[in-house]
Design a protein around this ligand. Structure first.
Ligand code: SF4
Length: 376
């Protein structure tokens, strides 16, 4: 989940983190969805029109009344789709027009308890599927929208309903759903064969090739066996799957074996993403024991990539700054960190590959970032 707002912190002289939730004063009584605009000629009932702005923020009027939003101006907000919550006094920027990294948080509940979880689960759930669906229908043409949690498929019926209705009306959109794969059933296979699911890819974590270690990392007995069944169901459904493996000290030595498992059993996947750890959530306090500095020893990661690529599995690296990856594998490092939580080190300033580079998470240890980069 996105933190409600990023504070103005940076490694060097970098811009502030983008704020996803802003204070707002609205005269409606219940939460509603609106698209903020400065266009006066719009006829779309979902649009809320700019009526004034000053140094504090901007005020809009739409079918649900007036909303005054603080902390951003119309240049930042124009075209954003927001959920306005009058009682909480906030406007949540659900789909930022200028961003390729919009993600819907559909629940904060989860059935697993991963040792490195970046978003530790909560017991409570607030059902906002109807509002999120309304927001998706207002998305910019051709958008890719992320879905995450918690575990989205705890609410599988609501989730699949949202995907099907939105993609039925907006076949130009695509979704990428992060799920632990614990709740798919053989009965779902015919449903998932529907042509609308060509617009959905499922990002599914797998942490080790053996059940005991995977189960220990995700904190759930039997999770690996359940995941294997899900993979069989998704393969039968022709689903688009991206495997995800977060690098931690517990599994780094197993990566080459995991690669062999993937090429043998899961070769149908679209991609396998090996991801560097994010120092937030549970990983913040466990950083010293979990973090693997691939800049010091790339061996197991490189060996895993070689196995995958040799067998035609499209392996890639997420959250690996490019200059920290040895040259033979550098082209696999993607600019994966979302814009609202991405930073670069001061030492990155002269780098020619910055636009291709993930940079660092905002919460990555600054000393490590500054010491480890070598501008390309
Ligand atoms: S110097 Fe900075 S921008 Fe360049 S590759 Fe390294 S981390 Fe990325």
């Amino acid at each position: 989940m996105a933190p409600s707002a990023g504070d103005a912190r940076s490694f060097g002289n970098e811009p502030v983190v983008i704020r996803l939730t802003l204070p707002a004063l609205a005269d409606a009584e219940a939460p509603y969805v609106a698209r903020l605009t400065r266009r006066l000629d719009t006829t779309d009932a979902a649009d809320a029109l700019l009526v004034s702005q000053d140094d504090e923020g901007a005020t809009f009027v739409g079918r649900d009344g007036t909303v005054a939003i603080d902390g951003a101006n119309i240049d930042e907000l124009d075209g954003d789709v927001v959920i306005v919550d009058p009682v909480a006094g906030r406007a949540e920027r659900i789909l930022r027009r200028s961003s390729a990294h919009n993600t819907l948080l559909v629940t904060e509940r989860c059935d697993q308890l991963c040792i490195m979880c970046s978003q530790p689960p909560k017991k409570t759930h607030v059902d906002r599927f109807a509002l999120l669906e309304e927001a998706c229908l207002l998305a910019e043409p051709g958008s890719l929208i992320g879905v995450s949690g918690g575990e989205p498929t705890l609410y599988k019926e609501q989730l699949l309903g949202l995907l099907e209705r939105v993609l039925g009306e907006r076949p130009d959109l695509e979704f990428h759903v992060l799920t632990n794969g614990q709740f798919f059933e053989p009965d779902d296979v015919p449903r998932l064969r529907d042509r609308r699911y060509a617009g959905v890819s499922w990002g599914i974590p797998i942490y080790a090739p053996d059940p005991e270690l995977h189960d220990r990392i995700v904190g759930k007995e039997g999770a690996f066996a359940r995941l294997e069944n899900t993979m069989a169901d998704l393969m039968l459904a022709g689903a688009r799957v991206e495997l995800r493996t977060v690098l931690v000290s517990d599994n780094v030595g197993e990566l080459p074996d995991l690669a062999r498992y993937v090429v043998k059993r899961l070769r149908f996947v679209e991609a396998w993403s090996i991801m560097q750890l994010e120092r937030i959530g549970f990983a913040r306090n466990r950083w010293a024991s979990l973090f693997v500095d691939h800049g010091r020893d790339f061996g197991p990661v490189g060996a895993a990539l070689d196995v995958a690529l040799l067998h035609g599995v499209r392996a890639q690296l997420f959250n690996f700054p490019r200059c920290t990856v040895p040259e033979p594998w550098r082209h696999l490092a993607r600019a994966s960190i979302s814009d609202w939580k991405r930073r670069y080190a001061e030492a990155c300033a002269p780098c020619a590959e910055r636009d291709l580079c993930s940079g660092f998470f905002e919460w990555h240890p600054i000393e490590h970032a500054e010491a480890g980069v070598m501008p390309l």
